[in-house]
Design a protein around this ligand. Structure first.
Ligand SMILES: [Zn+2]
Length: 495
């Protein structure tokens, strides 16, 4: 799936969510199209929405613009869930936030509680509250079920896209057809329509819910207003080029003055910023800078930030410079800047860079540095990832297995650790266990048929009766999950 082209060509990702919801009213009456099942006129249930979101994410993870970075996604998801936990109403989806490499200032909600944030949006934010403001607004849409349902008053004619996606999903679950093709076809169909977007009242509802979340979660609600002002200016500058956040979330003067009025009644709130925001923002600026010209511009920005700013912002600018030095092979300079940053602020990102710089010396130095980093940041997935990789590069697969098993105990739902575990098990010759870990990886990323294949391979390699019967139990359990998903999607099957 061309995730980027898809999101871009719809103008923005939210269009996609819009396309999905817009599709619903048309399900009953397509002309010259296959007859649709009875359930097709109903709104998506939370379970169907989740299944759909998982399938889109499974494809999206393969897209080159998807930023597969545990550290960044852990930070963003933590921020999103902190807001969601303070929502005025409970959500029927678990929020998962991920980053996409794209300089356009945008964010988008997918079905199933998934929220994508463009690198450009985080880089454009001047404070954590500004980033939180956009996330809170998106979560407001999720809370109000705008994605699955809301847009029923909008125009018709897109039903077939959702139905064909659900149909492709069903075929893939049955082991037939190509889900990637189905999702891609859906994306292209969705791209045809560029006029989607949320209604003004939906926007105001999301703003209101977002405001409440921000205040309760301890963020300054002014961040939302500041960010939306910035977005509105960006939209004005880019007028005519299409796309951009403003075209899916109409940013009217009315909306901004509503926010101003609400803020006038609020006592000022001094937010306690998470220093990690500045390091994540720098990381995303680095990831976003693709060519030499980009890097030079970024180098300039970082240099002037390191001079003009103080405290954690200055530390983050030094960190960015150290990162660029390391990449250019100027290791001594990189170490100097890293030390200067560490003198100002402690952050897991700094210790992760220290591990990478140690790796340039020797694999054992990296293992040593990663042990120290892990001692300081035992809840950082990014540091855990560095530690596991350092052990693997030093050939310490036994230690890596022990470490990864503990990491999986802490984060049972993070598939990346399962894949790393499988690599070490494979090298140690534990082929059955390696296939089991890969099966868990595919189960967690939503590729259930592939998970079954790995379990069957594990079963055929095992000679132990107990292992075999426990594998049989797992195979049955995954097949039952597949059956449940099929049953969920069955009503959308083409007749
Ligand atoms: Zn909106």
């Amino acid at each position: 799936m061309k995730w980027k082209r898809w999101l871009r060509s719809t103008g923005q990702g939210l269009c996609l969510a819009g396309a999905l919801a817009c599709a619903l009213p048309a399900w009953g009456q397509p002309m010259g199209l296959p007859t649709l099942g009875a359930a097709s006129t109903a709104e998506l249930s939370p379970a169907v929405e989740r299944t759909l979101g998982d399938a889109i994410m499974e494809q999206g993870r393969h897209d080159p613009t998807y930023i597969a970075d545990l550290d960044i996604n852990q930070y963003l998801t933590r921020l999103g869930r902190r807001l969601a936990a303070n929502a005025p109403q409970p959500l029927d989806q678990t929020i998962t936030v991920f980053a996409v490499r794209d300089p356009a200032i945008n964010a988008f909600a997918l079905p199933g509680g998934y929220i994508g944030v463009n690198s450009g949006l985080v880089v454009a934010a001047h404070s954590e509250s500004e980033l939180a403001g956009v996330l809170a607004h998106e979560i407001g849409h999720v809370m109000q079920r705008h994605i699955a349902r809301g847009i029923s008053q909008q125009s018709q004619g897109r039903g077939i896209q959702v139905v064909s996606l659900l149909g492709a999903l069903l075929a893939a679950l049955a082991g037939q057809g190509d889900l990637a093709m189905g999702v891609a076809a859906f994306g292209q169909a969705a791209a045809i329509d560029k006029q989607l977007g949320f209604s003004r009242s939906a926007e105001q509802e999301a703003d209101r819910a977002g405001f409440q979340m921000m205040r309760k979660a301890g963020f300054d609600p002014r961040g939302m207003l500041d960010m939306f002002r910035r977005l509105m200016n960006a939209a004005r500058l880019n007028e005519g080029t299409g796309g951009g956040y403003a075209s899916t979330h109409p940013l009217s003067i009315q909306r901004l003055s509503d926010m101003e009025n609400r803020l006038a009644e609020e006592p000022p709130l001094s937010a306690r910023p998470d220093p990690e925001f500045w390091f994540i923002r720098t990381r995303l600026a680095l990831i976003q800078a693709q060519d030499n010209a980009d890097r030079q511009r970024l180098q300039q920005t970082l240099r002037s930030d390191a001079r003009a700013q103080q405290g954690m912002q200055r530390a983050a600018a030094l960190y960015g410079q150290a990162w660029l030095d390391q990449e250019a092979g100027k290791l001594a300079a990189a170490r100097g800047k890293l030390a200067a940053a560490q003198a100002l602020q402690a952050a897991p990102q700094l210790d992760m860079l220290a591990v990478q710089l140690a790796a340039a010396q020797s694999a054992t130095a990296a293992v040593e540095a990663s042990a120290q980093a892990w001692k300081r940041w035992p809840h950082s997935q990014g540091v855990a990832n560095e530690r596991a990789r350092a052990l693997q590069k030093a050939g310490q697969d036994e230690a890596a297995v022990t470490f990864l098993q503990a990491a999986i105990g802490q984060w049972p739902q993070v598939p990346d650790f399962q894949k790393l575990l499988a690599n070490s098990l494979e090298r140690l010759g534990h082929k059955v266990a390696a296939h089991e870990a890969m099966a868990t990886y595919y189960e967690q990323t939503g590729a259930l048929p592939t998970a079954v294949e790995h379990l069957q391979q594990a079963r055929s390699l095992s000679h132990d009766f107990y292992v075999q019967s426990s594998l049989d139990t797992r195979i049955r359990a995954v097949r039952e999950r597949l059956d449940t998903q099929r049953a969920l999607l069955e009503p959308y099957k083409k007749k």
